[in-house]
Design a protein around this ligand. Sequence first.
Ligand code: C5P
Length: 241
Amino acid sequence: MNNADNDRSVVALVPAAGRGVRLGANAPKAFVEVGGTPMVRLAVDGLIASGAVDRIIVMVPPESVESAVALLSHSAVRDIVRIVVGGAERTDSVRAGIAAAPEASYYLVHDAARALTPPGLIADVVAQLRAGHPAVVPALPVVDTVKSVDALGTVTGTPDRATLRAIQTPQGFEAGLLRTAYAADVHATDDAGLVELLGAPVRTIAGDPLAFKITTRLDLMLAETILSRHAAERPEIVRTS
Ligand code: C5P
């Protein structure tokens, strides 16, 4: 990395303000434990382990600020993590994160719920950003056939599966591009979708099945099993300190 690269800081924005309704947990989703460690802590430790991130902003529900501070004050992260209050929708949470880190050259938006994301995938996204791609997202082939339906549930179309990809996080962006995308009153399920509306090219790189989003009880069981079976072989996906 040359000096110019060093000057271009990478700030990770971690949306962790979801309510976790689909998970059926009492706590906000990002604070639900996987193998004894809250998801948000696993996600932040993965970002640190990537060695590719300079600062981390974690967006949490207002009532969870104190517990987030306690959870993310260990030595490995204390100096680079900041907790801010998220919003009613994911886009509101990301907007709050952008406002808290105006100095960034690149933003990585990374769901806390993708708690087992391999650090190598995070580093890959940053490498592609630094290589000059303004927007970079991890993508996996779709295994099921996907159909569109109308309000009554009648099928209206079947897109060619070969052209479809399931998109994960971290999603990486040139900071100015993401700020422009968020300047308007917008709503989307992923950040690349907003950048696409601006006409910017979005590059896909190979995603990783371990970067799946823990959304349902079944996902949580899968994550617990992966952590317990692979902690020895994949120490980078368990807590760092
Ligand atoms: O709801 P969904 O599964 O798409 O949430 C993805 C991520 O966005 C989760 O990490 C969740 O905590 C976060 N989120 C947020 N603010 C919201 C809703 C979701 O930070 N209002």
